[in-house]
Design a binder for this molecule. Structure first.
Ligand code: ZN
Length: 655
C-alpha cells in the first residue's frame, strides 16, 4: 500500500518580507517532501501565510495602506519567493481565505459549546511583539527575551481556553511518542515547561483594539487571538472536519518549524486538537536559528543579513538549497554566509560533481562518438556497483533521522569515489592504447551509471541541476526504485554535443556582507557567459580530462604542520574513527581521523604526524575535528600515516 505523508511549513506571518529564516525552513520541508515523493509516498505539502493580528494591523497602518491590500502584497512576495527557490508545495493557504476562517469559526463554537472556553478579566504584562501576556517566569530582567522590550501592563476582558486541563495528557503523550518532537532536546524543553502549571490560554482580543481578525461567533466584540486562528491552518487546508484530504493525510502530519515558535506548536496546538476531538499531529520537526557569518543574530544595523534571494540570483537557487541543507546541521543553531556558500558550492558541486560530468562528457564525445558504451565489469567495477546500490538505504535512513547534511555527504562520498576511480583507471590513456577500447567503454559507462544514481539521490536538493546533468549524459530520471538497479543508463544513447557547464566555479565575495552590491562574484546561474561553455566542442588538447593541475599558489593555501600525538582513543560506536589529541607548537588540537582499522590508539602517542592546519573544522560523531592528518592509501584502501623522516619539533611547517 502507498504510504501517505503530509508536511507543512509554518504559515508565515506577513508583517515583513520573506527572509533567510523562512527560506531555510521551507527549503528543508521541500527537500523532505521531494525525498518522500521519490520514495513513492503519496505526499501533501502545505505552506502559506498568516495574515491576522495586531502586529499586521499595525504594520499596515504604519505603511499607510489598507490592511487587506497590505496582506495581499506581502502574501504575493512569499508566493514569488517560493517559486524562486523551487518550492513544490501542493497548496498555499492564506488565513484570510473563507475556507480557513469558516473552519476557525466552527472550531471556536464547538469548543465554546462544550465548556472549554470561558470569559475572564485579566491583568498582566503584555508583549505586543509576541501578541500575548507573558508570565513573570518568562521575563528576563523585566523584558521579553524575544523582543528585548519592556512589556506593557494591560488589563482586559478576554476569553480563555482551558489549556491547563490537557497538560498531563500532553506530557504523557510526549513521553510515550519518541518521534513526536525532534530533535529530542526540544521535547525535553517542552516536558520541562509542562512539569509546572501552564495556565489557560487567552484566545481573544477586544475588537476595539485589534479590529483585524476573525470575530468570535458568540461575541462580535472580540476577535480571535492570532495563534488560535493560525494553527488551525494545518487542518483547514485539508478541509477539516469532513474533507477527503483531511481523512487521507492528517494522520501522517509532520510540521516543520523554527525553534522560535516551538511553544505554540508543541503546547497550544496539540491541546487545541485534543479539545476539538481531533487526533494530534504525528510529528514536529524543529530547526535552529541561522546566524550571520559573524555568529551574531542577523540584523540590518549589523550589516550581516544573508539574503537567500540575492544568493539564489548570484549562484542559482539549487546552490542555495544545497548549501542550506548540507551546511546547517538540522535542529542546531548555525552561522551562515556567502563565503561559506561559495566554498561549499565549489568543493562539492563545481569540483567533485561538475568536473566529473565534464570529464566524462569530453571523453565520450571524443572517443565513443558521444554514445554511451557497453561495459564489461571487472571486480573494480563490481565494488563501485555494490557501493552505488547500497547508497539509497543509507541515505533514506539518514533522512529519516533528520540528518540531511549527512545524507548528502554520503552521496558526495560516492561521487568522490567515482572521481578516484576515473583518475586511477586513466581512461584518457586507455583511449590511446591499442587494446584499450573495451576498458575505456567500461570505465566511462561505470561513471555515467554512477552519476545516474547520484542524480536521483541529489534531486531533492538540486531539483533543476540534476535534470541538466541527466540531459547532458542522455540519462533517464527515476524514483528511488531506480537507484536499486544497475545498468539503466541506455547503452547506445547519444549525449548532446553541447551542454552548459553544470556548476561554473564561483568566486568568493571579498566581504561577507550580503548587501554589498558590487562584490566580485561569478554568477553560475546565468547562461550568458560565452567563455563558460568550454566543454561543448572537444578542444585539440585534453587539459580538462587529465588529472587536474593546480598552481603553486593553490598549493600554498594549504597550511601543513608537524604535530605530535599526545594521546589517541577510539570514537564510540564506529570502528573507523580515532580521536587524536595533538600538540602543534604550543597549540592543542583535536582531530578525528579514519585510521582506526590500521593503528592501535596506544601505539600512536608520541608519534609525529603531518596536520592540515587550516582546514575548516568539521563535526564528526559529535566531536569537532580541527584539521586533518595526512595518510597514504594503497589500492586496497590500507592507510599509512605520513611522518617526517627526521625528528622535527612539533609546529614545524611542511611544504
Ligand atoms: Zn515578545
Amino acid at each position: 500500500m502507498t504510504k501517505t505523508t503530509y508536511f507543512s511549513t509554518p504559515l508565515y506571518y506577513v508583517n515583513g518580507e520573506p527572509h533567510m529564516g523562512h527560506a531555510y525552513t521551507t527549503v528543508v520541508a521541500d527537500f523532505l517532501v521531494r525525498f518522500h515523493r521519490l520514495a513513492g509516498d503519496d505526499t501533501f505539502f502545505l505552506t502559506g501565510t498568516d495574515e491576522h493580528g495586531e502586529k499586521i494591523y499595525q504594520a499596515a497602518k504604519d505603511s499607510g495602506v489598507e490592511t487587506q491590500a497590505y496582506v495581499d502584497g506581502i502574501a504575493a512576495t512569499f508566493a514569488e519567493a517560493w517559486e524562486r527557490l523551487q518550492i513544490s508545495h501542493d497548496d498555499f493557504l492564506r488565513t484570510t481565505e473563507s475556507r480557513h476562517t469558516d473552519v476557525v469559526t466552527g472550531v471556536l463554537q464547538k469548543v465554546y459549546d462544550q465548556g472549554d472556553i470561558y470569559y475572564d478579566e485579566y491583568e498582566g504584562t503584555y508583549c505586543v511583539g509576541c501578541e500575548r501576556f507573558l508570565t513573570d517566569r518568562e521575563l528576563v530582567d523585566g523584558k521579553c527575551p524575544d523582543h528585548n522590550t519592556v512589556p506593557k501592563l494591560r488589563r482586559e476582558g478576554n476569553y480563555f481556553f482551558r489549556m491547563e486541563n490537557h497538560r498531563e495528557w500532553l506530557a504523557n503523550h510526549i513521553r510515550e511518542t519518541p518521534d513526536f518532537i525532534r530533535p529530542v532536546g526540544y521535547a525535553n524543553e517542552i516536558l520541562s515547561i509542562l512539569s509546572e502549571p501552564i495556565g489557560d490560554l487567552s484566545i481573544s482580543r477586544p475588537r476595539t483594539r485589534v479590529p483585524w481578525g476573525i470575530p468570535l461567533p458568540w461575541d462580535e466584540d472580540h476577535v480571535t487571538y492570532v495563534w488560535f486562528d493560525a494553527l488551525l491552518n494545518y487542518v483547514s487546508a485539508l478541509g477539516y472536519p469532513e474533507g477527503d484530504l483531511y481523512k487521507k493525510y492528517w494522520g501522517s502530519a509532520r510540521h516543520l518549524i523554527g525553534k522560535d515558535i516551538l511553544k505554540t506548536h508543541a503546547i497550544f496546538w496539540p491541546t487545541m486538537l485534543r479539545a476539538m476531538g481531533a487526533p494530534v499531529y504525528a510529528g514536529l520537526n524543529v530547526g535552529g536559528f541561522l546566524m550571520g557569518p559573524d555568529g551574531q543574530k542577523m540584523s540590518k544595523s549589523l550589516g550581516n543579513v544573508v539574503d537567500p534571494f540575492v544568493l539564489a540570483q548570484r549562484y542559482s537557487s539549487d546552490a542555495v538549497r544545497y548549501y542550506l541543507i548540507k551546511d546547517v546541521p538540522y535542529g542546531q543553531d548555525s552561522n551562515i554566509g556567502e563565503s561559506a556558500l561559495v566554498d561549499r558550492y565549489n568543493a562539492d558541486l563545481a569540483n567533485d560533481l561538475g568536473n566529473l560530468v565534464s570529464r566524462v562528457r569530453a571523453l565520450l564525445l571524443r572517443h565513443t562518438d558521444g554514445k554511451l558504451p557497453e561495459a564489461v565489469a571487472t571486480p573494480t567495477e563490481q565494488e563501485i556497483i555494490d557501493q552505488a546500490l547500497s547508497l539509497h538505504g543509507t541515505v533514506a535512513d539518514l533522512v529519516g533521522q533528520l540528518r540531511f547534511w549527512a545524507a548528502l555527504e554520503e552521496v558526495m562520498q560516492f561521487v568522490r569515489r567515482l572521481n578516484r576511480y576515473f583518475n586511477d583507471e586513466e581512461p584518457w590513456k586507455l583511449a590511446k592504447a591499442a587494446d584499450g577500447a573495451e576498458r575505456l567503454g567500461t570505465v566511462l559507462y561505470c561513471c555515467v551509471e554512477g552519476l545516474r544514481i547520484v542524480s536521483i539521490l541529489l534531486e531533492p536538493a538540486l531539483p533543476s541541476k540534476v535534470k541538466d546533468l541527466r540531459q547532458s549524459l542522455a540519462l533517464p530520471g527515476g524514483d528511488l526504485e531506480a537507484t536499486r538497479q544497475w545498468g539503466l543508463a541506455p547503452v547506445g544513447a547519444k549525449i548532446p554535443e553541447t551542454a552548459d557547464i553544470l556548476f561554473p566555479k564561483a568566486e568568493a565575495p571579498e566581504t561577507d556582507e550580503a548587501e554589498t552590491e558590487n562584490a566580485p562574484v561569478a554568477t553560475p546561474g546565468s547562461k550568458k557567459g560565452a567563455s563558460k561553455k568550454s566543454d561543448s566542442a572537444p578542444p585539440a588538447a585534453e587539459p580538462d580530462v587529465e588529472e587536474e593541475q593546480i598552481s603553486i599558489d593553490d598549493f600554498f593555501r594549504v597550511q601543513m604542520r608537524v604535530a605530535e600525538v599526545v594521546r589517541a582513543e577510539a570514537v564510540p560506536k564506529t570502528d573507523k574513527l580515532l580521536k587524536l589529541e595533538l600538540l602543534v607548537g604550543d597549540e592543542q588540537r583535536t582531530v578525528v581521523s579514519g585510521i582506526a582499522q590500521f593503528y592501535d590508539p596506544d601505539d600512536l602517542a608520541g608519534r609525529r604526524v603531518v596536520l592540515v592546519a587550516n582546514l575548516k573544522p568539521a563535526k564528526l560523531r559529535g566531536i569537532v575535528s580541527q584539521g586533518m592528518i595526512l595518510a597514504a592509501e594503497d589500492a586496497e584502501g590500507n592507510l599509512a600515516l605520513v611522518e617526517p623522516d627526521k625528528q622535527l619539533p612539533s609546529g614545524a611547517t611542511v611544504r
